[in-house]
Design a protein around this ligand. Structure first.
Ligand code: NAD
Length: 479
């Protein structure tokens, strides 16, 4: 289409259009206008991509390379990504409105780190041997599992894609990536850079299109796919799990969240408010790990609310391409309608909005909600916007009970200066990631994932190796 950038699928080492010529538009949420025409994949395109990945797996060099050779190529891909940092950051910012200060200064470094970390982790991994049976040599091998379908969301497009691609590739698999339809651009460009950096054709393929009824559904149903790694909504996870049952394919899921930040009166309150505000409002709250409920010990509740409202009002809304912008627009018209609908409903259900609210365009200003009844939708459902509810509590037990009163279990934050309490509460929170007096800090060796409706399995370090390989036991008679 005239005046628009063109984004193709990436299949067998080449950027290509859809077999039937179909396309869709990527809308820049800043100006609410289309900026790119994107290939819209059908089952034919998915078939081509899976066939390329299968052929690269069964006949190509990638699974047969030494770990050192694979590792060197993945480091070269990371170099290429960092050499194109400005270009790559802008693609994600245009697609989904994440401020450039975050896409450029945070996501590129983290995406390169994903590639480098798994390149090294795979190289250093060891297999086990079991010396206990005289006359036999018994040992394990971790072999590449096959063709991986990676289905990723739009909230950190490049970071999420590399978090899946990097371990899948490092352990010798081939991949078909289906990025979110709202944020397709950086995935195709990453695949192009990867092949230029030495990744053999067919090892990383990208197919675009919607999930339900589109390329996503076709990919996860495809019987040429051996395992599925997915990040997105819990409901989508349920649909993908049903598809994966056909042919008993393994799944690894990172799903939704409704994290709680628990602030005790003994905490360093300035720090607690600052970190809890970041956990609630960063990326306009479009973070699975967001602390979207703040529970505050009653004696300091009003003070914390006041400081939080101040913080919320200080955050700078604006054009996400401006490096000073802290809060960009929400990612799409549908998502903006969902978040603003939540705000309207919260008021109808008796809650009070102290700061923020819906703005011109697709912006929602950081919003602090108080007095929401415990059963209000704003307290129970994942909003995925810059909206935080604040609730007073009287005892530690009550704080833990309320924090855990959700089917999700992805993240929780505890703010206290008492060591024993920190450990005690961290031990009782039903969440895969608990931060004490901090947020967001990660070590890629540690397991990442969620309890309950927040996911299945863990990724990170050896956990990713377990998922992306088939361990095999070999027993040899040596008499
Ligand atoms: P989504 O589930 O709508 O879509 C995610 C991806 O799945 C997209 O690529 C989409 O096209 C695809 N998809 C949708 N339906 C499908 C189907 N039936 N079959 C195959 N593919 C399908 O999620 P989203 O709106 O893109 O992302 C936001 C959600 O992701 C939030 O719930 C958030 O909490 C979650 N998330 C979780 C984590 C985590 O690590 N736990 C990280 C980021 C985002």
């Amino acid at each position: 289409m005239k005046g628009l950038e063109s984004i193709g699928h990436f299949i067998d080492g080449k950027t290509v259009g859809s077999a039937d010529g179909a396309s869709m538009l990527s809308v820049d949420p800043t100006g609410r206008t289309a900026w790119a025409e994107v290939a819209r994949g059908s089952t034919t395109d998915v078939d081509r991509a899976v066939a390329a990945a299968r052929s690269a797996f069964t006949e190509g060099p990638w699974p047969r390379m030494t770990q050192d050779e694979r590792s060197a190529i993945l480091h070269d891909v990371a170099d290429a990504l960092q050499d194109h940092a400005d270009e790559m950051a802008l693609l994600d910012t245009r697609d989904m409105g994440r401020p450039i200060a975050l896409t450029r200064d945070n996501d590129i470094a983290r995406s390169a780190a994903n590639l480098r970390f798994f390149a090294d982790d795979a190289r250093l991994a060891v297999d086990t041997s079991f010396p206990g049976r005289p006359g036999h040599h018994i040992y394990t091998r971790h072999e590449p599992a096959g063709v991986v379908a990676a289905v990723s969301p739009w909230n950190f497009p490049l970071m999420q894609a590399t978090w899946k691609i990097a371990p899948a590739l490092a352990y010798g698999n081939t991949v078909v990536l289906k990025p979110a339809e709202q944020s397709p651009a950086s995935a195709t460009r990453l695949a192009e850079l990867a092949v230029q950096a030495g990744l053999p054709p067919g090892v990383l393929n990208v197919v675009h299109g919607p999930g339900p009824g589109g390329a996503g559904e076709a990919l996860v149903a495809h019987q040429g796919v051996d395992l599925i790694t997915f990040t997105g909504e819990t409901r989508t996870g349920e649909a993908i799990m049903r598809a994966a049952a056909q042919g008993v394919r393994a799944v690894s899921f990172e799903l939704g969240g409704k994290g709680a930040s628990v602030i005790f009166a003994d905490a360093n309150l300035d720090k607690a408010v600052s970190v809890a505000a970041d956990a609630a409002f960063s990326n306009a709250g479009q973070i699975c790990l967001a602390g979207s409920r703040i529970l505050v010990e009653r004696s300091v509740h009003d003070r914390v609310v006041e400081a939080l409202v101040d913080k919320a009002r200080q955050l700078r809304l604006g054009d996400p391409r401006d490096p000073r912008t802290q809060v960009g627009p929400l990612s799409s018209a549908e998502h903006h309608a969902k978040v603003s609908g939540h705000l309207r409903r919260a008021t109808e259900e008796g809650a009070v909005l102290l700061a923020g609210g819906d703005q011109e365009g697709w912006w929602v200003a950081p919003t602090v909600v108080v007095d929401a009844p415990a059963d209000a939708a704003v307290c129970r459902e994942e909003i995925f916007g810059p909206v935080v509810t604040v609730h007073p509590f009287d005892t530690e037990q009550e704080a833990v009970r309320v924090a855990n009163a959700t089917p999700y279990g992805l993240s929780a934050m505890v703010f206290t200066s008492r060591l024993a309490r920190a450990h005690r509460v961290a031990g009782q929170l039903r969440a895969g990631n608990v931060w004490v007096n901090c947020f967001w800090v990660r070590d890629l060796r540690s397991p990442f994932g969620g309890f309950g409706h927040s996911g299945i399995g863990r990724e990170g370090g050896g956990h990713s190796r377990e998922f992306f390989t088939e361990p095999k036991t070999v027993v040899m008679d040596v008499t």
